[in-house]
Design a protein around this ligand. Structure first.
Ligand code: ATP
Ligand code: MG
Length: 452
């Protein structure tokens, strides 16, 4: 197979300069992998036999962005793009399954490739030597196989994060994991306990968004359970209802794969039913129910996401979507406006996508009606936006100052009057018209039984 690679001008320039000065230099890792697969690489890493100081001398200081002398990485900037140039290294002995005790610079490309995690990532390329593939990475790409460089048990013991990277690449690229590597992933999963929450979460996000997430999650739930043990009760939990053909975990995995490849939606799908096992009851006819499960799922999602150090915006959004995922407002304008008020304009269509994925991951029982209902909600949502209907306090044609000028002093009371009027407007009992709102506010402010 022809493996000539389209290397960006700047990258060839850097490589040529280094080679011209007597060093060896290659594009390496993810960029070579992606080029062979036919994907546009997100960034180009370069490796070289030159020491950082020597790289600087060759390329000249003006383009220097960061000088990681100790780690061997020099970052330079050309035309708004950063390029990392790293001296060949070997990682030596590892402490605590994470940190190499010592990193030593080496002059040989082979050693640098040997320290890399997977064969598909242990590829180097330059125009002079073409593809340098010492571990069968190109063949593994062709066959769609993820395999460790060297002995998997050793490689995972050196750095537990590689376990997640293995699953991530299997999911994103749709590749199979080689049998020896797969066994080792299961065997060494516990090593993820030593890896920081942030690094795990970053790989977990990519895994969830991969096209092969369904298979990876079903086959490797034990690995995910090392950092999210809360998922275990879902596995094998039969639902005993005509709406479902899958157990809770199988259903969850289906919903993830039916969801768009979007981080928030896939996280929501992951957590949406995680509270079901805790809420299970059976009615006399033997049908299973899960009353209150969205709230329990929300609580678990919040616990897990906080523990994995997700940012607050992600946590709040996922929690809101999980809490509301099973809500089924009547497909009528008034109820759609209420739902819109709970979700906001942006999240409303997102929740509908999740609902659609949820329906697709259930049995075929009433599926057609479920999907039609969701389309109808979407149609009504578009209609309300088109009409410019008010669904938030900020959209009312009256504000807190107006209420205060009516003599209401207490801030809390001001808020309650506004909220009450918004509810009237949402329910279609009051027009969003300044004069009418003012009249209503006056009445509410004076009224003893305003419910406030
Ligand atoms: P992407 O950038 O698309 O997420 P990548 O493979 O480029 O994927 P990076 O984190 O950018 O991932 O790493 C660049 C290269 O460094 C990898 O291709 C691999 O050769 C090597 N590498 C990264 N992380 C590890 C690791 N934990 N153990 C061994 N080698 C690694
Ligand atoms: Mg990369």
């Amino acid at each position: 197979m022809d493996h000539s690679i389209d290397v960006p001008k700047r990258v060839s320039y850097i490589i040529e300069r280094l080679i011209g000065a007597g060093y060896s230099a290659y594009a390496v890792g993810g960029c070579v992998r992606d080029s062979i697969i036919g994907k546009v690489p997100s960034d180009w890493d370069i490796c070289t036999s030159a020491l950082p100081q020597q790289t600087l001398e060759v390329l000249g200081k003006p383009n220097l962005v960061e000088n990681g002398m100790k780690h061997g990485t020099v970052t330079v900037r050309y035309d708004d793009e950063n390029y990392e140039i790293t001296t060949f290294r070997s990682d030596g002995v590892y402490d605590d399954n994470r940190h190499p005790r010592q990193v030593s610079f080496v002059s040989d490309l082979r050693e640098d490739l040997a320290r890399r995690d997977l064969t598909i990532n242990a590829l180097a390329y330059n125009q002079r030597d073409g593809l340098v593939d010492l571990f069968g990475g190109a063949e593994d790409i062709e066959k769609g196989i993820i395999r460790c460089v060297g002995n998997p048990d050793e490689r995972f013991s050196e750095d537990g994060l590689r376990i997640m990277r293995t699953l991530r690449f299997a999911s994103v690229l749709g590749f199979d994991i080689d049998e020896e590597t797969a066994l080792s992933v299961h065997k060494n999963a516990h090593l993820l306990k030593n890896i920081s929450a942030e690094r795990i979460a970053s790989e977990f996000n990519k895994l969830l968004m991969g096209k092969n997430a369904e298979r990876v999650l079903s086959e490797y739930y034990d690995v995910i359970a090392v950092f999210i043990p809360e998922l275990l009760p879902m596995v094998g939990f039969e639902q005993k209802t005509p709406h479902h053909v899958y157990d809770v975990w199988e259903h969850t995995v289906k919903v993830i794969s039916f969801s768009p490849e979007d981080r928030i939606l896939r996280l929501t799908a992951f957590f949406h039913d995680i509270g079901k096992p805790e809420c299970f009851t059976v009615s006399p006819d033997g049908t299973g129910h899960f009353h209150g499960h969205p709230d329990v799922s929300e609580r678990i999602a919040a616990d897990v996401l906080r523990r994995l150090k997700y940012d607050n915006k992600t946590i709040n959004t996922v929690c809101l979507l999980v809490r509301l995922h099973d809500k089924r407002p009547p497909a009528e304008p008034k109820y759609v406006r209420r739902f819109l008020s709970e979700l906001g304009e942006e999240l409303f269509p997102e929740l509908l996508k999740l609902k659609r994925a949820d329906a697709m991951g259930q049995s075929e029982f009433r599926r057609k009606e479920k999907l039609e209902y969701i389309s109808e909600l979407r149609r009504l949502y578009d209609e309300e936006l088109e009409k410019g209907s008010a669904y938030s306090l900020g959209m009312l044609r009256i504000n807190g100052r107006d209420i205060m000028s009516l003599g209401v002093r207490d801030g809390r009371q001001v808020g309650m009057i506004l909220r009450k009027m918004l509810d009237f407007v949402i329910d279609g009992e009051l027009e969003n018209d300044r004069e009418r709102l003012l009249a209503c506010a006056k009445e509410l402010a004076l009224s003893d039984n305003a419910g406030i």
